[in-house]
Design a protein around this ligand. Structure first.
Ligand SMILES: Cc1cc2nc3c(=O)[nH]c(=O)nc-3n(C[C@H](O)[C@H](O)[C@H](O)COP(=O)(O)OP(=O)(O)OC[C@H]3O[C@@H](n4cnc5c(N)ncnc54)[C@H](O)[C@@H]3O)c2cc1C
Length: 400
């Protein structure tokens, strides 16, 4: 079927487009790496829909159009004295697109970005406008929804007073220390990420983000790793100007919590990404298993990021019911090369209970085994989208 593209300018126009097509998908900022956003017929862009950012100081919420990018939202919030609890590494992604795939940042106490959602307003497969608030029946299934329930036109997020963050990088954290003191390392700051290519004798970079309003617990060394004295990119040879300010210079959360600056081109450009979220209890076993694969990953891997995410109760969240550690892989753009190594990674991580990131490249998926509430999600999808207009090939594979 030939694909069509439309940018409705109103909710009524959007509803008419949805009910006029057998197969619809809404696009966010198009940063996913698989076919989750594909459609057999109609693709909808949200850039002509309202992009208002409305802060409710009394309720401590902000309500935004689904297509608003985190970078724009973060700037507006900070200017008004407010903050989100966390950001992904990239601020260029849309709020609704990120929330739909359980996109996350880092930090033991930080749930993924979807956990900040207090309410959504969506246009369903029947063209109806539905509002769901936290606590409503079905809300926990409708937030991380893979775009399968309809088009989210408004998202209400929790906010808190703005805060400052300083970030520092430390080189040479020993693998034995990671194994012995995993919990101490990842609880040492508001956000902790480890970057590695797996074959080094020690972790190449620990990337630490500390809130300035909390007592500092990281001194001049980080579990034996040494503080960097010049800014660094996590991928050797890449332009450090793309990254947010380092060297401990305090700045607003909006300019520190993401790794990449909003005003620059992100990451390595031509790349593929995969990520597996492993129950935290198995973090060290998962790291050991992937380390053993190191030489097999060498030719296709640019960098791995290891980070933690707090548990939540959202049905299809990759952190549903358990704290998790994310093992992320930025690959070179070599599709057959990546396809060749993924089975070994999945053989190592899936038995530990790993769930693949919804927006990145993966091979095997047994969603029924990974997500205890999958049947409830299927019922929700049948209710919101009885004609299965939003059920693209990706969602059909998830639902089995
Ligand atoms: C350089 C880079 C860095 C990244 N860093 C991180 C990271 O730090 N952490 C992390 O977890 N992920 C990360 N990602 C992955 C990314 O966050 C996810 O793929 C995310 O879904 C992208 O959001 P998007 O707006 O581009 O959505 P899209 O890719 O456009 O769409 C994703 C899904 O959301 C649905 N969707 C989009 N808009 C709506 C809407 N209005 N209503 C309903 N459904 C909608 C789409 O239909 C689709 O199913 C990164 C990606 C890149 C390219």
């Amino acid at each position: 079927m030939r694909k069509r593209y439309a940018e409705p300018a109103s909710v009524d126009e959007l509803a008419a487009l949805i009910t006029g097509s057998p197969a619809v998908r809404v696009l966010g900022s198009r940063h996913s790496f698989n076919d989750i956003a594909d459609s057999d017929d109609l693709l909808i862009g949200t850039s002509a829909l309202p992009t208002d950012i409305a802060i409710d100081a009394a309720a401590r919420t902000v309500t935004v159009g689904g297509g608003v990018r985190y970078g724009d939202l973060a700037k507006a919030l900070d200017e008004a004295g407010w903050a989100l609890h966390n950001l992904a590494s990239l601020p260029h992604i849309s709020v609704a697109g990120a929330v739909a795939t359980a996109t996350h940042g880092s930090g033991d106490r930080n749930g993924n970005l979807a956990t900040a959602v207090r309410g959504i307003r969506l246009v369903t497969g029947t063209g109806e406008v539905v509002e769901l608030r936290r606590g409503d029946a079905g809300f926990d299934g409708a937030v991380v929804a893979l775009g399968a329930l309809g088009v989210v036109v408004e998202v209400t997020l929790e906010i808190e007073p703005t805060f400052a963050v300083r970030q520092r990088l430390f080189a040479g954290l020993g693998w034995d220390v990671v194994a012995d003191r995993f919990d101490d390392i990842f609880s040492a700051a508001y956000s902790v990420s480890l970057f590695t290519r797996w074959e080094e004798a020690s972790v190449s970079l620990a990337w630490i983000k500390e809130r300035v309003d909390e007592p500092g617990r990281v001194g001049e060394d980080f579990f034996g790793a040494v503080a960097e004295t010049a800014p660094r990119h996590m991928i050797a040879g890449m332009d450090v100007r793309n990254t947010t300010e380092q060297l401990g210079v305090p700045g607003p959360w909006s300019e520190r919590l993401a790794h990449f600056r909003f005003e620059f081109t992100p990451s390595a450009g031509a790349e593929i990404q995969s990520e597996y979220l492993v129950p935290r209890a198995h973090a060290v076993a998962a790291i050991d298993a992937v380390r053993a694969l190191g030489p097999r990953l060498r030719d296709v891997l640019q960098i791995t990021e290891i980070r933690t995410v707090a548990a939540d109760g959202l049905w299809l969240s990759t952190a549903s019911g358990t704290d998790v550690v994310g093992l992320h892989f930025t690959w070179v753009r070599d599709i057959p090369g990546v396809a060749a190594v993924l089975p070994a990674i999945e053989d190592a991580l899936l038995p530990l209970g790993a769930r693949p990131h919804w927006g990145k490249v993966f091979g095997r998926l047994d969603a029924a085994a990974m997500y205890p509430r999958l049947e409830d999600f299927r019922a929700l999808a049948d209710r919101f989208d009885p004609q299965a207009r939003f059920r693209n090939a990706f969602v059909r594979r998830v639902l089995g």
